[in-house]
Design a protein around this ligand. Sequence first.
Ligand code: SF4
Ligand code: SF4
Length: 474
Amino acid sequence: MDTQTNIKDNLPHYGHESFRDALTTVDDSGKRIWVFARKFKGKWFNRRKWVGYILLLFLVSAPFIHMNGHQMLQFDFVHRKFVLFGSVFWPADFYLFVIAVIAFIIAIFLFTSILGRLWCGWACPQTIFMELIFRRIEYLIEGDASAQRRLDKMEWNNEKVRKRGFKYLAFFVVSFLISNLFLAYIVGSHELFGIATESPSKHIGGLSSIFIFSGIFFFVYTYMREQICTIVCPYGRLQSVLIDSKTLIVGYDYKRGEPRGKWARKRDESHGDCVDCDQCVDVCPTGIDIRNGLQMECIHCTACIDACNSVMSKIGKEPDLIGYKSLDGIETGEKFRLNTRRKLYIALISVLLTILIILIINRSDVQADILRTPGMDFDMKSKDTIQNLYNVKLLNKTFKNMAIELRLENTPGHITTIGGKEINAPGEDYGEGIISVEIPKNGLQKADNPILIGVYSNGKQLQTVKTTFMAPEK
Ligand code: SF4
Ligand code: SF4
């Protein structure tokens, strides 16, 4: 891999649309061009950094915080259960999952059409890990972009072996920690603690997963880097259909900036504000020139805004030659405003989220299935009473054991448990039993009568199940 081709040599000139035909990080022969992004600081980076640190803190602590005796967040695919803020969700709650996924997809679509790739630049774990952890380690060990480029060009000598060795070791340690964190979300922090402290022979599967994921993360942050955002991530590919001329994007104000020209004390007034210093290109982690216009590779990381603002402040010009703008805003000079369509989008996102929250709050603690016992017809218990048998299956979604009581809700009669014992539903487990339902004959109108059975625990109604009661034809 030739990592020394300068990314700027591969950038098209202003006015050429050829940048839409190829990736700037790949040369004509198909070889990867390495991005050595320059270190920068500024108002937007500080904001993004704090948002990133808060999200990182949440991500790192969530598997170790417990609510209702359970991990705050857990995605246990193996046992098909998710724990969200202390509440367990089972396959029986699949409808909620489907609604959540639909709401999430619609919300992402609408959100992107309003605020562009805000997610990519500010909240995506790939960006946060890459920019706030791995790239910071790289700067610390190898120095800024020019030092990195020099090191890369160097023959393998003591300095290169030492610096690269330290960097890869540090990258592997962080990848290993991320892998452990990732596993804590799946198997749970208690299980992870077991893997870390007990004999490796007891946890061959868990340990193998940790090392496989460590290797994947190491590969992603050492080699793939910005290619994940520009090639792999499907969300990035969707931008062209989600963003329009009214979307808020990180954009270059070409009306103000062009025609660009190098800075000089006696500068020709016909020049725009862009002094063609390439600082915005030097800091870009995906190696693009934002002055060419909106590009799919742009992850809206705001680095070019900070870089350009520091240049503007040095030459005494207004900031935000590059900034958060809409394409229409750049064209007309108008500030970004929410139009009616976008207000409707926001209302739709709010409605979807409200429906989801209501469904989650009203989710029953118990999922009961009551079905007539297969192969059994009705039975004349006495001359005036008819009996039907039912199989009862209960899923207790809470952590506490529950003694379940069943009551007929819409018709006189009574329910008894076959075997005399009450039905118990252990916490986070299934309980089952067979019940006999007896209903006076004169209360039944036809051969198949709809009945409602209330499911109670400690006198509190948890659910009502509709089923059918068979009786002789009248
Ligand atoms: S163009 Fe600017 S906002 Fe987009 S990825 Fe590059 S530096 Fe970040
Ligand atoms: S940093 Fe600003 S002034 Fe410099 S090239 Fe980029 S847009 Fe032009």
